[in-house]
Design a protein around this ligand. Structure first.
Ligand SMILES: [Zn+2]
Length: 136
């Protein structure tokens, strides 16, 4: 993915600064569920995601989410990380990888966040697809 700077220069998605004109950009995290999407821009502190936000994104499957299922946080490197909250009834997965409690996983464009049964992770629900928007 690339972004076009106001000066006309074209940059890779991983670049945050235009070396031609000095413009910096931020990466907005977009979570897309079956029923809706939410965008996240806040930097420097964890954003708790639970069944209340889930209900607007996926509807009834929000029942599988805890009141705080995981945290999203934008690191000082400009990338976004997901950290599972401890002791949730159901597990958090990124694609088919289990998020261990307290261990951040870097989110990539095209990832799918799922809530899975701890008994059988292949039974999973409330899928949210991850994408990014560049904001100048
Ligand atoms: Zn520029």
């Amino acid at each position: 993915m690339t972004w076009n700077c106001r000066c006309g220069d074209i940059h890779e998605d991983s670049e945050r600064l235009c070396y031609i004109c000095g413009m910096t950009v931020t990466r907005v995290l977009v979570l897309q569920g079956a029923l809706g999407q939410r965008k996240f821009t806040i930097e420097g502190r964890p954003i708790p995601i639970g069944n209340r936000i889930y209900s607007s994104l996926v509807g009834p499957e929000s029942q599988y989410a805890a009141s705080s299922q995981f945290n999203l946080e934008k690191g000082s490197d400009g990338d976004w990380y997901i950290t599972a909250c401890p002791k949730t009834v159901n597990a958090t997965l990124v694609n088919d990888t289990l998020c261990e409690d307290g261990t951040p996983i870097k989110l990539q464009d095209g990832d799918v966040i799922k809530i899975g049964s701890r008994v059988d992770l292949s039974r999973n629900f409330a899928h949210l697809s991850v994408s990014f928007e560049i904001k100048q």
